[in-house]
Ligand binder design. Structure first.
Ligand code: IPE
Ligand code: IPE
Ligand code: MG
Length: 265
């Protein structure tokens, strides 16, 4: 891969960018719906679980590249509140895979200064996984590198309901005037807390839906859908997503100053 000269980002890491990407127009927060593991395996005559295993390698590559390219936050969808409806064997395999990968990768996450968090309703997860999640979060909490959010037993609707419940409880206790609830106060109660919203959402495997992911936070994200199946998602696919993002004109409901000037309005 050819690279442009090194530049320093605002979190003081020396980054090199692939040629063709504008270092000044990188998204700050990238979210990914990692989809297509089952189809990847099926196309090879393998059991679905082999697709999940291969998907871990794609995730490691994506995390490393996002970190190298100065992206501040990577949020990935690992397991949805709806994924419990899959066959028990597949769900058990996934839970065990999460445990194994977390245990195996913890040292390298730490040495790469990654700050890892798991977003979602973690209570129903197996105890060993919950312990590892707590350990990983504590160990990496003061790291200064990329924030890596792994959405596990995550559902956008569940997140909104839980936030509403928390606010209602505070109001019932007389701690919060309902009239004062605004978007910031509401957002603080989400799993993402004070995190900035994703700038770019990538969905692999060609599906054009958000499947209950970050319903609040994706309000103004740019969406890139690729037919690439998640285990095949590599540097070239990530560069393509970022290049696509850099072509977008983000108006946030306003008007594009360049186009409106051209029209003389
Ligand atoms: C995404 O791949 C991984 C999870 C949802 C855990 P899938 O398992 O959904 O793969 P497809 O969509 O069936 O190909
Ligand atoms: C979304 O993929 C969830 C994750 C990637 C974890 P799904 O495969 O569960 O979504 P649908 O069923 O195609 O909408
Ligand atoms: Mg799927």
């Amino acid at each position: 891969m050819s690279r442009s000269p090194a530049i320093t980002t605002d979190h003081s890491r020396i980054c090199t960018y692939p040629t063709g990407l504008d270092p000044h127009r990188m998204p700050s927060h990238v979210a990914v719906i990692m989809d297509g593991n089952g189809r990847w395996a099926k196309a090879r005559g393998l059991p679905r679980i082999m697709g999940h295993r291969a998907g871990v390698e794609a995730l490691k590559t994506t995390l490393r590249l996002c970190s190298e390219w100065g992206i501040r936050t990577l949020t990935v969808y690992a397991f949805s509140t709806e994924n419990w409806s899959r066959p028990g064997d597949e769900v058990n395999f996934l839970m065990t895979l999460f445990e194994r990968v977390l245990q195996r990768e913890l040292d390298s996450l730490q040495s790469e200064q990654v700050r890892i968090s798991f977003l979602g309703d973690l209570e129903p997860l197996p105890n060993r996984l919950k312990e590892l999640i707590a350990e990983a979060r504590e160990l990496t909490a003061s790291n200064t590198g990329i924030r890596f959010n792994v959405c596990t037993n995550y559902g956008g609707r569940r997140e909104l309901v839980l936030a509403a419940q928390k606010l209602a409880r505070r109001s019932a206790r007389g701690e919060l005037d309902p009239e004062l609830i605004d978007e910031n106060i509401f957002a603080d109660e989400l799993f993402t807390g004070s995190e900035v919203d994703p700038d770019l959402l990538i969905r692999t495997s060609g599906e054009r839906r958000i499947s209950n992911f970050l319903l609040w936070q994706l309000a103004y994200a740019e969406i890139h859908v690729t037919d690439v199946l998640w285990p095949d998602f590599d540097a070239a696919a990530l560069i393509q997503a970022l290049a696509d993002y850099q072509t977008r004109c983000r108006r946030f409901g306003g008007i594009d100053p360049i186009t409106s000037d051209r029209l003389g309005s």
